[in-house]
Design a binder for this molecule. Structure first.
Ligand code: ADP
Length: 647
């Protein structure tokens, strides 16, 4: 038996391991199993080149709990280690300058693991003693037993071991007794080892029989050693992809919409499958995340810095040995490989979408509502993606027809270009609320888009920036005549005084509300349009909507809501009201008072008092409010009563 000191310059390295790695101590299992899998893969490689002869036998890696002895063992039949190798790989671990480094990076656990490749030593995070029993594949090799109790001292001696390979035995610390529970270990194995390339066995398969769980003879295999992403796309059917999707997300019931198989080996190595999920609600969005693997070993599902943000909404796996795993997040962002990977994924996703769109436009349109959010998010945040996506990003009109912006522009160009050459695209985010506006637009032969998505306002602003002379206007933001102005303003033959009088009269009766302003304008809309209606300025409303999502725009968010109350001077009812107000009665009043006040003021006063006597004016205002869903409470009750009286 030999004794020695592990090549660590500081006695403190084990406490350091325990202390600093505490937060993530469960990774010890991943590290040990990775080593076991590596040793097994190496053996297969040696066998394939003829360096190991004969049948390799059972190659399963086994994880075994012994509750009495309080041990957890990871056992493999890989290449094993000779005493010299244990000395070289385990004892002389690269802890050079450890003390200095640890002091420097005290609070950066990730960096410590990354720097040292703590692999095997992470076992000491949860163990008071670790033993290795190993028999190398090499001819005449002698088995070796290594033991260490969490201090720099170890013992090494020859031992008897019948089978080739390595058993790592962890004597679990009392405070980590959860690692002696089947459920904990099985959970960790399913998390980290689900797709490892060598079978991992943990206990026996269980089955329910006569209301009891019984153990079968068959071993309980944790992993799928040939997960779909490691296979060739040509060998996989759509069903295989769907099946794998459910393997990844066992609680997900919905089928994915489609998938993208990633496969590149230059200038970096990356494989994976991304799925476009069917998102039922916002809550779903971040429940199932993209999982990152490194050679089939699960690493994390926090891929924010590796794939562009909008793609984190996708599901699936990415496997790359080229992504630095144990470095800080800010470092990841500036890493060149990571940047390239992110660019590659963006391009692949865009190409796949373009291909799907080209192959079957109708089928693509059917999926549009489900994938719209990813695509708009991508277009808004990634210029490169925008350039590609603009050719397959769709608009949907109220008849449920889809078109790209370019196609749509062609379709409506003739009817909806105004006198200044602006192409005006009309939209609604609430067809029920905007019913009368929509009817008027349709009567004019205009088309109306449905823009009720969360990102639609931003998407429209982006399209306006990118397309000269293109404007989106919500259908209720002005009279249809004003939205798409075909000629100079239509004129009515009201005098300035009449108009002013009418405006004042209406203004006097508009209800006052907090954070809500109404402006009265008198203009000739159309004889068959409503006599009075509300519009809301497109620019102001949009700024308010966007401010809800964006920092630095709260200024707009705090502004009161502003509406125009349009008094349609072309409507017979308004004409009648106006006529009444300018009748001889008004002239008489004006003549009586002339000299005392200016003519204009007199007219306004008179109109006001006449309007006050005419219940129809209040009724008209209420109808306009009602049509926009703004008549509520007491005002609504008054309206109802007045309506009954008028009948
Ligand atoms: P890493 O795996 O990052 O190299 P480790 O500390 O986990 O670092 O392991 C050090 C070395 O010990 C490995 O590279 C390998 O050569 C050897 N080793 C560890 N576990 C085993 C095992 N189960 N079978 C054979 N060799 C092993």
């Amino acid at each position: 038996m030999s004794k020695g000191n592990i090549g660590v310059t500081s006695d403190n390295i084990f406490p350091v391991i325990k202390k600093f790695l505490y937060s993530d101590h469960e990774i010890f299992l991943r590290e040990l199993i990775s080593n076991a899998v590596d040793a097994t893969q190496k053996l297969k490689t040696l066998s394939s080149v003829g360096e190991v002869k004969g049948d390799l036998g059972d190659l399963r890696v086994r994880v075994i709990i012994n509750k009495e002895k309080k041990t957890l063992t990871v056992s493999d039949h890989g290449i094993g280690m000779t005493a010299e190798e244990v000395d070289k790989y385990i004892n002389q671990i690269a802890f050079s300058g450890a003390e200095e480094f640890v002091n420097k990076y005290k609070d950066r656990t990730e960096a410590i693991i990354g720097h040292f490749g703590l692999g095997f030593y992470s076992a000491f995070m949860v163990s008071k003693k670790v033993e290795i029993f190993s028999l190398s594949y090499q001819e005449d090799a002698k088995a070796v037993h290594w033991s260490c109790e969490g201090d720099p001292e170890y013992t090494m001696e020859e031992t008897i071991k019948a089978e080739r390979g390595t058993d790592v035995v962890l004597h679990i610390d009392d405070e980590f007794s959860q690692y002696l529970e089947d459920a904990t270990i099985e959970g960790l194995l399913r998390k980290y080892c689900k797709f490892l390339p060598v079978e991992i066995a943990f206990g026996k398969k269980k089955e329910w029989k006569d209301g009891k769980e019984v153990e079968l003879d068959e071993e309980n295999i944790i992993n799928d050693i040939n997960p779909a992403w490691t296979r060739k796309p040509a060998d996989l059917t759509d069903e295989d992809y769907d099946k794998f999707y459910h393997e990844l997300y066992p609680t997900q019931m919905e089928e994915p919409l489609f998938h993208i198989h990633l496969n590149v080996d230059y200038p970096f190595n990356l494989t994976g499958i991304l799925y476009f999920p069917k998102i039922k609600s916002n809550l779903d969005v971040h429940r199932n995340k993209i999982q990152l693997y490194c050679n089939q070993v699960y690493v994390t599902d926090e891929v924010e810095n590796i794939v562009p943000e909008y793609l984190t909404l996708l599901h699936g796996v990415i496997d790359s040995p080229d992504i630095p795993l144990n470095v800080s997040r800010s470092y990841l962002q500036s890493d060149n490989n990571v940047k390239k990977i992110s660019g590659y994924i963006t391009k692949k996703v865009a190409d796949k979408l373009a291909e799907l769109y080209k192959a079957d436009k109708e089928e693509f349109a059917k999926k549009w509502d489900d994938i719209k959010m990813f695509i708009q998010f991508g277009m808004l945040t990634d210029e490169k993606f925008y350039e590609k996506a603009k050719d397959f990003a769709l608009l949907k009109n109220l008849d449920g027809k889809y078109a790209t912006l370019e196609e749509y522009k062609e379709q409506v160009k003739e009817a909806q270009t105004d006198k200044d050459g602006n192409l005006v695209l009309l939209y609604t985010n609430d067809p029920d609320a905007h019913y009368t506006f929509i009817e008027r637009a349709k009567a004019k032969g205009y088309d109306v888009l449905l823009m009720d998505g969360e990102l639609d306002v931003h998407t429209m602003s982006q399209a306006e920036q990118k397309n000269e002379k293109l404007r989106f206007v919500r259908i209720d933001s002005d009279t249809i005549e004003n939205l798409i102005r075909k000629d100079e303003n239509a004129k009515d033959d009201y005098s300035d005084e009449q108009r002013e009088g009418l405006r004042k009269a209406f203004e006097a009766f508009i209800p006052k509300a907090e954070k809500l302003n109404y402006y009265v304008t008198c203009e000739p809309a159309a004889a068959d349009a409503l006599p009075v209606f509300l519009t809301q300025n497109e620019f102001m409303r949009r700024m308010k909507e966007m401010s809800a999502h964006q920092q630095g725009m709260s200024f707009y968010g705090q502004m009161p809501d502003q509406y125009n109350l349009v008094v349609n001077t072309a409507h017979p009812l308004i004409q009648e009201l106006a006529a009444k107000m300018t009748s001889e009665q008004v002239s008489e009043e004006v003549e009586k008072k002339e000299g005392e006040e200016t003519k204009k003021e007199t007219v306004i006063k008179t109109v006001y008092s006449l309007a006050n006597e005419d219940e129809r004016l209040k009724q008209l205002i209420d109808i306009a409010l009602l049509a926009s869903g703004q008549l509520k409470g007491e005002a609504l009750a008054k309206f109802v009563n007045r309506s009954v009286e008028l009948l």
